[in-house]
Write a protein that binds this ligand. Structure first.
Ligand SMILES: *Cc1c(COP(=O)(O)O)cnc(C)c1O
Length: 226
């Protein structure tokens, strides 16, 4: 399935990591303040392994079922892996998501908040939770509308007893991303949230400039998804 050799993947990982660090310095921020989430969706263990062997441990996946197929084995070999769910979650997958993921970045509606709340009562696992904001208000895209964000965040706490640690967004593909990053930061600031998951292969420098604490990068490391 892959057309990259392990060395290709490793070298691209190292150069992306370097570029993320450089972007942090250029923005007068500490390198440690920006976390690289390597997005491995659609790629198999043979592609992920060179990144793990380079010492990286933080990965993002967008489907629960696909992740269940490849990550339990990798987590057994590399127990300190931190796995982020960055794709839409269905209520009936809440239990599985809590079992496998260390961070769920896509809390985006009452039914999901309720399902997570219910499942968290039955387990000791405590994945960190971010709320996804649909900054572009795109009808086809997941996420809470910006004007509903404050209310939803309050309800997460008061109604479902969820502790939310950050926000995440995916700007519209056909617009400059910076206004979306700035909007996400504004919503986070007025709600006292410190974590901002924003920026992908094509726009992570701008995101870091605007305060991203987590950038999610896939194709710049693994190549194009087939
Ligand atoms: C696929 C994906 C990414 C990574 O995108 P690239 O352009 O491949 O870096 C980041 N965030 C989310 C939510 C994604 O689904």
């Amino acid at each position: 399935m892959t057309q990259s050799t392990p060395d290709d993947v490793k070298n691209r990982y190292l150069s992306v990591r370097h570029a993320v660090q450089r972007a942090a310095r250029d923005a007068d921020r500490a390198e440690a303040d920006v976390t690289l989430v390597v997005v491995s969706k659609t790629f198999g263990p043979e592609d992920i392994e060179p990144v793990l062997l380079s010492g990286h441990r933080i990965f993002g996946e967008n489907r629960v079922q696909e992740s269940q197929g490849k990550w339990p084995e990798l987590k057994a070999r590399f127990p300190d892996v931190e796995l982020h769910l960055i794709g839409p979650l269905q209520s009936n997958k809440a239990k599985e998501a809590i079992a496998l993921f260390d961070v769920i970045e896509t809390v985006d509606r009452p039914s999901i908040a309720e399902a997570l709340s219910k499942e968290l009562k039955k387990t000791d696992r405590r994945p960190k939770l971010y709320v996804q904001i649909n900054t572009g208000e795109e009808p086809q895209k997941a996420g809470v509308a910006p004007k509903e964000a404050d209310d939803f965040l309050k309800r997460c706490h008061s109604e479902w007893g969820l502790e939310i640690s950050g926000l995440m967004c995916i700007p519209p593909v056909d617009e400059p991303p910076s206004p979306h990053f700035a909007l996400l930061r504004k919503i986070a600031e007025r709600n006292g949230l410190k974590i901002l998951s924003m920026g992908m292969s094509s726009d992570f420098e701008a995101a870091i400039q605007l305060g991203a604490t987590h950038v999610r990068i896939g194709s710049a490391i693994f190549g194009h998804r087939g």
